[in-house]
Write a protein that binds this ligand. Structure first.
Ligand code: PMP
Length: 394
């Protein structure tokens, strides 16, 4: 133990407690499902990104087991040395077909896909223009880049155009970055307008579709498909950890993009690659998605039902256009208390507060999935009604 025993961190932890945002990690006993055993208690789960229930899907599990039997549990090296198996290449081929793009490069997570891609496709001659509410991994990717950075007001294409006009002649490339679906509010980026303005000013576009892939568009092909913008976005990010149910993140685009990332995508060069079990599960997930809309249909039916009922109860659920349902509570302390009360009543919905969302806009974020039954959703609504009245939120 060092002499100061991390006392400076202990002080900061005390501050978190004072601000009401200190929390312990929840412990799940068993798979991530619509109903879970959490800290020893059975509760309804409205907190996961397991949109389609694929995290514990029998066909994905079987495919993973087969991949383990054939390839083992680990790859033994970074991808660029020898951690690349034929099953990884097949995973990327099926993802590229699914996304209707020339090529896909898969990273070990959505986070390091953003961090690794943004820094490697831009340099000091370039400008990054980022929506102010973009995900943390985009912010970190931009920080790691030597490009100049600026933000545009959330989803404000007029502001974006002003920034483009001011800067177009000062830089070699301009990269406009936006989430496709904003993870804390569930709203969509105005992509058709963003792409149009990007084309006018000869800027590149980069869309993080972590929450759109497997959710929006035909068979869950994503936000680009939803808006019919195939071929007009340079980089589309998806994650394999949410609707796909496993782990990993990918960027879909051109062969040139993939070729470059295989030489300069730092997480691929310096961090051991994904286990083959993941590739097996992903291939199976994409096969299921391309063969049926059953899962995405169920997801949307459940989400629409739940959102309509929450509005009827009088909750403020913001401007969500997707299954992500933010229930705005306000203060940090109250939000965390609200979440704790829901849990006591048998419903797990995590509280999300500053710094993940702006101060004073604390919320519990409900993530309805394809696997929730109507009974589970009705029970969740009953609990929301009880706790909401009790705490004067509705
Ligand atoms: N982008 C967005 C918009 C996200 O919401 C997330 C996950 N929170 C990520 C990227 C990172 O994805 P992963 O969890 O696969 O690392």
């Amino acid at each position: 133990m060092s002499i100061h025993e991390l006392s400076y961190l202990k002080e900061k932890i005390e501050d978190l407690k004072k601000d009401g945002v200190y929390r312990t990690l929840p412990i799940l006993e068993g798979p991530n499902e619509a109903e879970i055993i959490l800290n020893g208690k059975k509760v309804i789960n409205l907190s996961s990104n397991n949109y389609l229930g694929f995290a514990n899907h029998p066909r994905l599990k079987e495919a993973s087991i087969k991949a383990i039997e054939k390839y083992g549990v680990g790859v033994g090296a970074v991808r660029t040395i020898i951690g690349n198996m034929d099953i990884h290449e097949e995973m990327e081929r099926v993802l590229a077909e699914f996304k209707k793009e020339e090529a896909v490069m898969v990273f070990q997570s959505g986070f390091n896909c953003n961090a690794g891609t943004i820094q490697s496709v831009t340099d000091e001659e370039d400008l990054i223009i980022s929506d102010e509410l973009n995900h943390a991994s985009i912010i970190d990717g931009a920080r790691l880049s030597r490009a100049k950075k600026t933000v545009f007001k959330h989803a404000d294409v007029n502001h974006l155009e002003t920034v483009l006009k001011e800067n177009r002649d000062k830089y070699r490339n301009i990269l406009i970055i936006t989430d496709g679906v904003f993870s804390m509010d569930g709203d969509l980026a105005p992509l058709p307008d963003i792409v149009e303005v990007a084309e006018i000013y000869n800027a590149m576009t980069y869309v993080d579709d972590a929450h759109g892939s497997g959710v929006l568009g035909t068979n869950g092909r994503g936000t680009i498909d939803h808006y019919d913008l195939h071929g007009r976005v340079d980089f589309t990010i998806g994650t394999l950890s949410k609707a796909i149910g496993a782990i990993g993140g990918y960027v879909a685009g051109s062969n040139t993009m993939r070729d470059w990332l295989s030489h300069r995508g730092r997480p691929l060069l310096f961090s051991t690659y994904l286990p083959p079990a993941v590739a097996g599960a992903v291939i199976e997930a994409v096969k299921i998605l391309m063969s049926t809309s059953e899962y995405t249909d169920r997801l949307w039916n459940n989400a629409n039902y739940f959102k309509a009922k929450m509005k009827e109860l009088g909750y403020n659920i913001g401007n969500s256009q997707t299954p992500i349902t933010p229930v705005i509570i306000g203060g940090e302390d109250k939000t965390m208390k609200f979440s704790r009360r829901l849990l006591e009543e048998g419903l797990f919905v995590s509280g999300i507060v500053f710094p993940t969302v702006p101060l004073g806009t604390g919320r519990v974020r409900c993530m309805v999935t394809a696997n929730h039954t109507k009974e589970q959703l009705d029970r969740a609504l009953e609990i929301f009604e009880k706790v909401g009245k009790e705490m004067s939120v509705i």
